[in-house]
Write a protein that binds this ligand. Structure first.
Ligand code: SF4
Length: 399
């Protein structure tokens, strides 16, 4: 009797929008070592804070949904237990909090109970931001939410025509929160709805809709607002974030048949900027690289930032300034989606080409493009041996 042979395994490469595509765009070689290698980054502050704040916001929403705890929430009683839970989850994945950003009660080397916590001594930067994010945006955001942490997935044709391509298709995925038009119509004095009403492009899109039932997707970023003048600033995050929202919108439509009409990104560092954030914000304002502030209503904030020196105490910026910089509305239309998808296809093509080169024996540093901003190189775990490290001369300067 002839035994039938098992068919060849068929693998569809899966790409996450943030974990793969945006990470690759930051630096191809760093992405290779972190995502495709076995080396976890030693202290990726931005990665840790991004994951932390996402987790805190999701859990805060679930708590609000079940307990309807009134805002403002008390940090010690309402927020700190959520932070502890998220910290523990991240530690299980090997992501330990940076000591100067977060006081942890979970670390194996620290013997401390939550009774020992002192609100003033232990509310470090990450906790201060979590508290602000929940109390500034949660009260208005949570009642509009239809669902949280929705996994969206889709398949696209592999944009790579060679015979050695790994698969005919590639998978793309992401996780979003969704706001529904039903909840939006029910809300009256809501801060987020006011921002939506002030956005002319968004208003035009919903005016022309045949169906009154629409969605808005939400994403949180553990970073400052990127410069909106992408060309002069040489920082493309502004465009990458828009493309991410547009691709999420396409995925959501594939999955649910409903196309989101806008995305909202919350840049949560803006609510409690650090010294490093403020240096960059000052630079953005001085060189006219940012969309906010551009109006006369922020004159006193602009003056405070302009007069601030790095050794000074951080200036007391107005709540309006911080809120306006922390929210970004991205109206969605078909044309923009097509453009974003084709750009992401080309990123996948570049990653796939590098993987195939490496599989065929090419050296890692030759197979992957190493190009990053100076700041990214400065914080990179691989800077000591990367030939393209922008800070190399600084690292090895002999006095
Ligand atoms: S040092 Fe810079 S160029 Fe080299 S891998 Fe790291 S981020 Fe990329």
């Amino acid at each position: 009797m002839k035994l039938s042979s098992r068919s060849k395994a068929y693998m569809i490469p899966e790409y996450s929008l943030t974990g793969d595509l945006l990470s690759y765009l930051t630096c191809g070689l760093q992405y290779r070592y972190q995502n495709k290698g076995t080396l976890p980054p030693s202290m990726p502050i931005q990665l840790w804070f991004g994951e932390f704040i996402h987790g805190v916001m999701e859990e805060a929403y679930l708590k609000w949904e079940s307990e309807k705890t009134e805002f403002p929430w008390n940090w010690k009683n309402d927020i700190r237990p959520i932070e502890d839970m998220i910290d523990l989850r991240l530690q299980v994945r090997g992501l330990y909090p940076p000591a100067n950003h977060f006081f942890t009660t979970n670390h194996p080397d620290i013997e401390i109970t939550s009774e020992d916590l002192n609100e003033y001594e232990h509310k470090k930067l990450a906790s201060a931001r979590a508290e602000k994010a929940i109390n500034v945006w949660g009260a208005d955001l949570f009642p509009l939410m239809e669902s949280a942490e929705v996994l969206i997935k889709g398949l696209r044709e592999m944009p790579y025509k060679a015979n050695d391509k790994r698969s005919e298709y590639y998978g793309i995925n992401g996780v979003i929160d969704v706001l529904s038009s039903i909840n939006i119509k029910k809300a009256n004095e809501n801060k987020i709805i006011k921002y939506l009403k002030n956005n002319a492009e968004f208003q035009n899109i919903i005016r022309d809709l045949e169906d009154e039932d629409y969605e808005i997707i939400i994403d949180y970023k553990g970073m400052k607002r990127p410069p909106s003048d992408v060309k002069t600033s040489n920082n493309e995050n502004w465009d990458y974030h828009e493309r991410q929202i547009l691709t999420y919108s396409w995925l959501r439509e594939q999955q649910e048949g409903k196309r989101p009409v806008a995305g909202i990104i919350f840049y949560l560092n803006e609510l409690v900027p650090s010294k490093e954030d403020l240096i960059l914000i000052k630079d953005d304002i001085r060189h006219h690289l940012t969309d906010i502030p551009k109006k006369s209503e922020y004159l006193s904030d602009i003056e405070l930032i302009d007069n601030w020196q790095q050794d000074d105490k951080l200036p007391e910026l107005s709540e309006k300034f911080k809120m306006d910089r922390s929210i970004r509305i991205i109206p969605i239309n078909e044309e923009k989606i097509d453009d974003a998808l084709s750009k992401f296809d080309s990123v996948v093509k570049t990653i796939e080409t590098s993987i195939i080169k490496e599989t065929n024996g090419c050296k890692i540093q030759e197979a992957w493009k190493a190009e990053a901003e100076e700041r990214t190189c400065a914080a990179c775990d691989f800077k000591t041996f990367c030939k393209n490290n922008k800070n190399k001369s600084k690292n090895f300067k002999i006095p």
